[in-house]
Write a protein that binds this ligand. Structure first.
Ligand code: COA
Length: 217
């Protein structure tokens, strides 16, 4: 792995601001092009991430270089199902308009088709469903030059501090694509356990859990 080319000491991590929307969306799109948010365009991705941040017990952090460039982003929430329900309820019109305007993008059409097919499938036998913890470390992404610098760990520390401040004890979830070997190595190295492999909309999703003990020992 080549050495990172950013000066890790000068990087500041702060909560996302309104002015960060486009740059956050751009980074999300560059680093995670497979995500439906990215497929909807940088503007929509940044706006949606800002909506996540506006939810209760949810936060988005932005890592910036000394000259203000966005180098990394991370999100966390105490209750993923609730925040997505809230966002869809509150911003249904904006989301529907964006989906319609982006239907010409093949990736959006494919995603929509898979989502609709998933809705039509019968629900799994309830006795076989293992409930997933609601708390989740959402996206985590760095620009290419910042990878391998330790910044990803700093962002993870930031979100674990927030989880503790919100009173979380026990596991939180991280979902990744099965093919994303680098992020698996990263999370395994910091003590996350792979607990399930879940087929979701044409992908295999790995579900990692990270335990937050009552104290930091
Ligand atoms: C995932 C991500 C945040 C991790 O940050 P990072 O700075 O790359 O992580 P680190 O360098 O600390 O650790 C990477 C580990 O992955 C492994 N790794 C490094 N390069 C790798 C590569 N090219 N392929 C596979 N594994 C690799 C190594 O085990 C390394 O651990 P080491 O430090 O013990 O050698 C960053 O790579 C990223 O932004 N990726 C794109 C976005 C993304 O996929 N996000 C996850 C969405 S769920």
């Amino acid at each position: 792995m080549s050495a990172p080319v950013v000066d890790a000491c000068s990087i500041r991590i702060t909560p996302m601001e309104e002015a960060d929307i486009l740059n956050v969306g751009r980074l999300h799109r560059e680093a995670m092009p497979w995500s439906i948010l990215s497929k909807m365009g940088a503007g929509f991705a940044g706006r949606f991430i800002r909506w996540i941040q506006e939810q209760e017990h949810s936060q988005v952090w932005v890592a910036k270089s000394a000259d203000g460039r966005v180098l990394g982003i991370a999100g966390a929430t105490l209750d993923r199902p609730r925040i997505y329900r809230e966002i869809v309820r509150k911003h249904a019109v904006a989301i529907a308009c964006s989906v319609l305007m982006n239907l010409w993008r093949p990736g959006v059409l494919v995603w929509l088709g898979r989502a609709l097919r998933g809705r039509l499938r019968p629900l799994p036998d309830v006795s076989r469903v293992v409930p997933r913890p609601a708390a989740e470390g959402l996206f985590l992404a760095l620009v290419e030059e910042a990878r391998g610098s330790g910044l990803a760990l700093r962002l993870c520390d930031e979100r674990e501090s927030a989880f503790r401040a919100w009173g979380l004890i026990g596991p939180y979830v991280i979902l990744t694509l099965s093919t994303n070997k680098r992020v698996h190595a990263f999370h395994t190295k910091r003590g996350c356990k792979l607990v399930a492999q879940v087929p979701t909309r044409g992908h295999l999703i790995y579900e990692f859990h990270k335990e937050l003990p009552p104290d930091d020992t």
